[in-house]
Design a protein around this ligand. Structure first.
Ligand code: FES
Length: 120
């Protein structure tokens, strides 16, 4: 359904990275957004609605609507359309329900800082 425009004129020198999307290993161009990697891999559900549990997916693809929230390396609420892939990234469909436990704010920022430091 989705494909990269660059697939029409493949660049043999373009770097590829391997990431995991919902426990499936995929190889994508190194400059892809997480959303683009998900779309070309056929994983278009980014999250489940916390109210209706209906699948949601990216809408604006430019950081405005927050429909594309996913879990990246265990950190929830990451915008798939605004994040670039990196080797070993673990992306998961986000399913927050009424029974989900909130991550304490301090722990959330510790996780964010660890992620930023690991990928700078
Ligand atoms: S798709 Fe709208 S913020 Fe990501």
């Amino acid at each position: 359904m989705f494909r990269y425009l660059a697939d029409d004129t493949p660049d043999k020198n373009q770097q590829q990275v391997c990431i995991m999307i919902n426990d499936r290993k995929v190889t994508v161009p190194a400059n892809s957004s997480v959303w683009a990697a998900m779309a070309v891999s056929g994983e278009t559900t980014t999250r489940l609605s916390p109210v209706s549990q209906q699948p949601r997916s990216a809408y604006c693809a430019m950081g405005a609507c927050f429909e594309c929230l996913v879990e990246i390396d265990g950190l929830p609420n990451q915008q798939a359309c605004m994040q670039r892939v990196y080797p070993g990234m673990d992306v998961r469909c986000q399913a927050i329900t009424e029974a989900s436990q909130a991550v304490p704010a301090g722990q959330y920022y510790e996780l964010s800082a660890d992620q930023d430091a690991a990928h700078d």
